[in-house]
Design a protein around this ligand. Structure first.
Ligand SMILES: Cc1cc2nc3c(=O)[nH]c(=O)nc-3n(C[C@H](O)[C@H](O)[C@H](O)COP(=O)(O)OP(=O)(O)OC[C@H]3O[C@@H](n4cnc5c(N)ncnc54)[C@H](O)[C@@H]3O)c2cc1C
Length: 401
């Protein structure tokens, strides 16, 4: 039997940031992080675009708006202090059709309200910055940066160990029982007794919430985000991150062009409904999860609402020329021969009881527990602040005993 004050389920960037924040704000608290996989950041935190977002997109007053802007600066500082590579690149958002220009202007206004340094730029400046990018209008965002969130996770895990926290990989939590004075968990061979738990299980956060005896207000629907990369000899076509104007009906930012720290230019991600929580490939199918989703009225509502979008994304996923055609609106010189498949990530997208995609972060409290039920992009950017907020909540639960 292992004892801890706080047990954190999930060693992605949010769970690690939470464990770090508990140890920093309440030294002497015993903290244990349990991660199902053999390494840190094995799922969303290690399969994403590696962009430190500026806070441009988010509804003023939302958790995302509050945490992204300040969280980005804290993340850049964390990287610098822990020798994790980071580069402040800035980024362009480009409208490729006249109909998108009013939405681009609205984005500039929203970003400004959120404290982001964003401005419309002329066609001459666009051509200077990105000579191969086509657009009818463009805006420049100063704060955006690029890092490697896998390395951020490794640095957080090292700091947790230094601060006296305990970390275990290969420890999938399979059972949770409430006791008067806390919880008892089974994770692989280990039994853990803790005074409070934090659920940061990402793609499994709704399942873990149910294991702990609560009915979460959302269910997780996985969406695969597939990437292509430009062939090395075509990398010169893109100088810095270039994003489309996002579709306001969807919480996804759209397929973008992002030069990574090693020079690889990512193109993606799309957002294809996945058939498993770890559905990195088409052939990854979890019949039980699909059955649960089909029986769930909210998921059926989601399918009714977004079926056109879903079919479009399936087609773009299966047919490379269709994917490339959508990129050519921004980068006309690119051809199907210039791109190679470059892996995928799976987003944990929360869906509410009405079948709507939940945009904002969802963090809910239960006695002796805090559940992070929706931590989509920019949660990697904002992870240090999310961690501080969740740590404050769980420490409050310990005091409320
Ligand atoms: C394609 C894609 C692109 C993105 N791009 C960006 C970006 O550029 N910038 C940005 O800020 N954000 C981006 N995001 C979002 C960002 O990656 C996520 O918001 C963030 O990684 C969420 O972290 P997490 O710790 O909540 O989840 P995860 O990283 O998924 O971690 C959850 C962990 O819990 C573990 N776990 C689950 N169940 C159990 C259990 N029962 N017992 C023990 N462990 C368990 C899992 O193994 C996993 O390691 C992107 C996401 C995707 C998918």
């Amino acid at each position: 039997m292992v004892d801890a004050d706080v047990v954190v389920i999930g060693g992605g960037i949010v769970g690690l940031a939470t464990a770090r924040a508990v140890l920093r704000s309440a030294p002497g608290t015993s903290v244990l992080v349990l991660e199902a996989e053999r390494r840190w950041g094995a799922h969303q935190s290690g399969h994403n675009s590696n962009v430190i977002h500026s806070g441009l997109y988010y509804a003023p007053g939302s958790h995302k708006a509050r945490m992204a802007r300040a969280g980005a600066e804290e993340m850049i500082r964390f990287c610098a202090e822990h020798d994790v590579p980071v580069r402040r690149t800035g980024k362009l958002v480009v409208a490729t059709r006249p109909a998108e220009v009013p939405r681009l202007d609205a984005l500039v206004e929203r970003g400004t309200a959120n404290g982001v340094t964003v401005r419309r730029i002329s066609k001459v400046e666009l051509a200077e910055r990105e000579p191969h990018v086509a657009a009818v209008a463009a805006a420049h965002v100063a704060e955006t940066a690029v890092t490697d969130f896998s390395q951020v996770c490794a640095a957080m895990a090292a700091e947790i160990a230094e601060l006296g926290g305990e970390l275990r990989t290969g420890a999938p939590v399979e059972r949770i029982r409430s006791r008067g004075d806390g919880v008892v968990l089974t994770a692989g061979d280990a039994t853990v007794r803790a005074r409070a738990l934090v659920n940061c299980a990402g793609l499994h956060s709704d399942r873990v919430a149910r294991l702990s005896g609560i009915t979460p207000p959302v269910r997780i629907v996985p969406f695969r985000g597939e990437y292509f990369a430009l062939r090395p000899e075509r990398q010169h076509l893109v100088g810095g991150p270039v994003y489309p104007v996002p579709d306001p009906a969807l919480p996804f930012l759209g397929i973008h062009l992002t030069p990574m720290l090693d020079g690889t230019v990512h193109i993606g991600p799309n957002a294809v409904p996945a058939f498993a929580r770890h559905g990195y490939r088409w052939r990854d199918v979890d019949g039980r999860m699909l059955g649960d989703l089909l029986r769930d009225p909210a998921s059926r509502g989601l399918a009714r609402r977004y079926w056109r979008y879903g079919i479009g994304e399936f087609a773009r996923s299966a047919l490379r020329p269709l994917f490339v055609r959508s990129v050519r609106a921004m980068l006309p010189e690119v051809t199907a021969r210039d791109v190679l498949r470059h892996g995928a990530g799976v987003r944990a997208q929360a869906v509410d009881d009405d079948g709507k995609l939940v945009d904002d972060f969802v963090i809910s409290r239960a006695p002796r527990a805090v559940h992070v039920l929706n931590a989509p992009s920019p949660a990697a950017t904002a992870s240090l602040l999310i961690g501080e907020r969740v740590a404050a909540d769980v420490l409050d639960e310990l005091v409320a005993e």
